[in-house]
Write a protein that binds this ligand. Structure first.
Ligand code: BG6
Length: 486
């Protein structure tokens, strides 16, 4: 075996998005309300420092938003109008040379309440048009079936994924997608960042936290149901489209111990286990032993059925997708589990710079993550999100100079290349928010990740016109040189 010093020839370069952050048209052509349509804009600077709140909605807020929608702004309802501008946007992706485009399907476009027997034809037709447009340019779609949204009715009727009822409803949705798009889509991810259920239970699982007794237990119960739904979807995919690749996904947060103290090292191991628990189940097809103790000590009692073990064993994934934005520092302390993965952790890494939204920037952490994930699973990895949220300025002559974004992405690509030399099998790289979109956590437009600038502000004012940033031309060259010209 020889040393792999370059990106593989068929490396999938591209960009990533999610339906609820780009499409808009939230009530068009039969789409039902989604959980993400309830993410009301709140000023993230109100407290003096930027608040990276993950959007959680409780039952009181939900009632208020439903009864008085005019008092609030819901930016995810308008997105960047990809619903009507997909042709123009895909042409720009093609101009950059994308091999792959990651997008998600809005469940509520296909089944407006999730409960219907028959899918909404207009919703299915929209994604047909998008896939056909991508095919014109030989861009492979990478489809996330559930990216932080679901029909709102499923929250109202069942309190989301805490209910076992959702498994069958998701399997129905999955089968419709596979039957319809089996000849157009080869790469699939079942659930986006499933580990984020633990700190954003509404976003990830459609659960109103004030309607459950023990939120952590509910997060694991919802995750259990999503594991089963994912496994059943994998099984269906194998029957319907045996050639397809289907993966799981986590938000990979590299955790460093604060000191060499063995107790801190042990805490870092535990933080890893909580993160890796998700792919452990989805790659190995069973719950890892370490969770038995965790559940016992944390008062978590899951409702399961005897057939669950077989379903999980039969529905293992063939690649591991993950997002990587930052690393965290952990230490042995009573609130360690609570602050793990939180954006405003009190423990800072003195060696790292922060983004404008206080996210630690750590490219070497990506190399460590890639190695760890590959060592653990020996399955192909796909880095499906990575990027820098930053404020950009549109100059009078229609330019956006964003050297900070180029710098961030360049440094991460260098570490990806190092990891490939370390022997890691990496299928591709889709940068997050390849076109500016509505932020998931803050619902801001001004937190921009794209190579393409979209003229719109946080309140939804603007022409929606698209502009190429400096990073657009840079990334085009990266792709054309297969990662050699950085
Ligand atoms: C990931 C999500 O966690 O982070 C995306 O999958 C999200 O949906 C991205 O947009 C960046 O987070 P934010 O809050 O900056 O949009």
């Amino acid at each position: 075996q020889s040393l792999q010093t370059t990106f593989p020839k068929d490396f999938l370069w591209g960009g990533a998005t999610a339906a609820n952050q780009i499409e808009g048209a939230y009530d068009k052509d039969g789409k039902g309300l989604s959980t993400s349509d309830m993410a009301a804009y709140k000023d993230p600077y109100a407290g003096g420092k930027v608040d990276n709140f993950t959007f959680n909605v409780n039952s009181v807020e939900l009632e208020e938003y439903l009864n008085h929608p005019d008092k609030y702004l819901f930016p995810k309802r308008w997105g960047i109008d990809f619903y009507h501008r997909y042709k123009e946007d895909i042409a720009l992706f093609a101009e950059m040379g994308y091999k792959v485009f990651r997008l998600s399907i809005s469940w509520a476009r296909i089944f407006p309440t999730g409960l219907e027997d028959k899918p909404n034809e207009a919703g299915l037709a929209f994604y047909d048009k998008v896939f056909d447009e991508l095919a014109k340019y030989d861009i492979e779609p990478l489809v996330t079936m559930s990216h932080y949204e679901m029909p709102l009715t499923l929250t109202q009727k069942y309190n989301g994924w805490v209910s076992r009822e959702l498994i069958g409803l998701f399997e129905k949705f999955a089968r419709v997608l596979f039957e319809r798009y089996k000849d157009k889509v080869k790469y699939w991810i079942t659930f986006n960042e499933m580990n984020m259920n633990l700190n954003s239970i509404y976003t990830g699982a459609g659960v109103l936290a004030d309607k459950v007794d023990n939120v952590e237990e509910a997060a694991y119960q919802a995750s259990h149901h999503q594991f089963l739904a994912s496994a059943l979807a994998v099984k269906a995919a194998r029957e319907i489209m045996p050639e397809a690749h289907i993966g799981c996904m986590i938000n990979q947060i590299e955790s460093y111990a604060r000191t060499t103290k063995p107790e801190d090292q042990l805490q870092a191991l535990k933080a890893d286990q909580i993160n890796m628990f998700y792919p452990d189940v989805q790659v190995r097809g069973k719950y890892p032993n370490y969770m038995v103790r965790y559940f016992a000590e944390n008062n978590i009692n899951l409702e399961t059925k005897p057939e669950d073990a077989k379903i999980l064993a039969e529905g293992t994934v063939d690649f591991i997708a993950f997002s990587y934005y930052m690393s965290h520092v952990t230490e042995a302390r009573p609130d360690a589990a609570k602050i793990a993965g939180s954006f405003d952790s009190p423990i800072k890494n003195e060696y790292l710079e922060l983004s404008q939204w206080d996210w630690p920037i750590d490219p070497i952490g990506l190399r460590i993550s890639l190695n760890k994930l590959y060592d653990r699973y020996q399955k192909p990895l796909f880095l499906v999100e990575n990027g820098l949220g930053a404020r950009d300025e549109l100059t009078e002559d229609g330019k956006i100079h964003d050297p900070y974004r180029i710098d961030y992405i360049k440094k991460h690509i260098i570490e990806m290349k190092e990891a490939i030399q370390d022997g890691v099998e990496l299928m591709g790289y889709t940068t997050w928010g390849c076109i500016d979109l509505i932020s998931c956590g803050t619902s801001q437009m001004s937190k921009r990740y794209g190579f393409i600038y979209v003229d719109q502000d946080d309140k939804g004012n603007g022409s929606l016109e698209r502009y190429r940033k400096d990073s657009f031309y840079w990334y085009k060259d990266v792709i054309a040189s297969n990662g050699e010209n950085l």
